[in-house]
Design a protein around this ligand. Structure first.
Ligand code: UTP
Length: 277
């Protein structure tokens, strides 16, 4: 059973400066909900009830968001605004939130490694990068699709999507053989490759299922691209010894770490709301 979901949220979000100077990128709202709440809802929908968040300096509002605000509750009680907190109240009631800090931004691999105190060494766990906002209007959420696949293959899984060749340098890119429709056995992974050296245009996005043996692999992985400990490098190493699967998910992903993707997501959700009314 996968019940724990790790949210690396320690990054600086420099692409959103000055907005992210004193506010975490993960708290930027798409309409009225912060990015990280969308991620938590996706994780709940996939069966998780422990949300393990890797924070850093200046990220306290994430902790406050997933806690009761008594003053606010008192203020809006018996007003029309009361129901606006229904969603977050349900999350707080159903989930346990745990936190640890990544003191230095040494990369996503390092952030995930720091999560071992929260997710433990006995069970597989999910990882969600909240700035990748995923939706699947036609069925199961992306993480739920991955949990279902985990139940079949019992190994590490990364979510992938096809990107234009000229964009591969922005992503971790996989090489592998398709073993069933949309499911690839990974043989190689490269973080942010040069366009002419990319093994494919299948790019890893911010959804992972990891088995706890990954912690040992990360511990022995050297810093890679940009001097950061890359989860891509650890997973590439893991793929050589065991099994790593890449899954072409069904649905849509918005790169809300970029202004363009953030605006696209805002328009998408706004149009969805308008269609409802
Ligand atoms: P990004 O590189 O997209 O995030 O990392 P960033 O550094 O916050 O953003 P920019 O590029 O400066 O605008 C992907 C995810 O990994 C987390 C980030 O918080 C983000 O969710 N991360 C990255 C960490 O938690 N720790 C790190 O050392 C690096």
């Amino acid at each position: 059973m996968i019940t724990k979901c790790l949210f690396p949220a320690a990054g600086y979000g420099t692409r959103f400066l000055p907005a992210t100077k004193a506010m975490p990128k993960e708290m930027l709202p798409i309409l009225t909900k912060p990015l990280i709440q969308y991620g938590v809802e996706e994780a709940m929908d996939a069966g998780c009830n422990v949300m393990a968040i890797i924070t850093g300096r200046g990220k306290r509002s994430i902790t406050d968001h997933f806690d009761i605000s008594y003053e606010l509750e008192h203020q809006i009680k018996d007003t029309s605004k009361d129901k606006m907190l229904d969603g977050i109240r349900e999350i707080i009631q159903k989930c346990t939130f745990t936190y640890t800090r990544q003191n230095e931004m040494k990369g996503l691999g390092d952030a995930i490694y720091k999560g071992n105190v929260l997710v433990g060494f006995s069970n597989p766990f999910a990882v969600v990068l909240a700035d990748d906002l995923c939706v699947n209007p036609e069925g199961d959420g992306v993480l739920k699709q991955m949990v279902n696949l985990y139940n079949k293959y019992k190994c590490c899984i990364v979510a992938i999507m096809e990107v234009p060749h000229e964009d591969v340098y922005k992503y971790g890119v996989i090489e592998g053989s398709e073993i069933e429709d949309g499911v690839f056995m990974v043989s190689n992974m490269v973080e942010k490759p040069d366009i002419d050296k990319a093994p494919s245009n299948l790019a890893v996005i911010g959804r992972y299922i990891l088995t706890p043996d990954i912690f040992d692999v990360i511990k022995n992985t050297k810093p890679g691209k940009n001097g950061e400990l890359q989860i891509t490098d650890a997973l590439c190493e893991h793929a050589k010894k065991g099994m790593v699967i890449a899954y072409k998910f069904k649905g849509k992903r918005f790169d809300c770490g970029s202004v363009e993707g953030f605006v696209e997501a805002t328009n998408y959700f706004y149009n969805l709301e308008q269609a409802k009314n």
